[in-house]
Design a protein around this ligand. Sequence first.
Ligand code: ATP
Ligand code: MG
Length: 148
Amino acid sequence: MARGAPRSPDRDSLEAWGKAVGAALPRPAIIALEGDLGVGKTTLAKALCAGIGVPNLAAVTSPTFSLVQQYEAPRGPVVHVDLYRLKSDAELDALGWDELMASAAVLLVEWPERALHTLPHDVITITLSHDATDPMRRVLRVVSPTRR
Ligand SMILES: Nc1ncnc2c1ncn2[C@@H]1O[C@H](COP(=O)(O)OP(=O)(O)OP(=O)(O)O)[C@@H](O)[C@H]1O
Ligand SMILES: [Mg+2]
């Protein structure tokens, strides 16, 4: 997965890569999407969902306010969370975090830093950062359990 990743993709190539990754994901899978505000985490989440086979891609939006969104997909539910506004572990409990992690075929986590201590060791971490030389590109880094 990391081997085939473009190093500094524009939006189209990030989406194409995300779609290919989504299509190849094992189940269950947890993907931590790291990166600054507005860098492209939701954009990538949507591309992953396209590859996973989520039929209603229009539903894949930013869960900044709801914190959690769930999408039905052929091989089980995709749970998409955005923990930016999370303030405490108690809020995680209120979300039913353990149940969400257990029930998701694929769990996509934006702002995983807020719940790092609760994530299993085999999480796939994808980090996006701005490319200082080109505003249309993002620097992409992937750490998957087999390549740690
Ligand atoms: N190479 C690129 N990859 C991804 N997004 C890009 C790229 N170039 C430009 N963009 C734009 O950057 C924006 C990224 O927004 P997005 O909502 O995906 O970010 P985010 O990281 O989820 O933000 P937040 O931290 O608020 O959750 C979109 O408007 C997208 O079109
Ligand atoms: Mg987002």
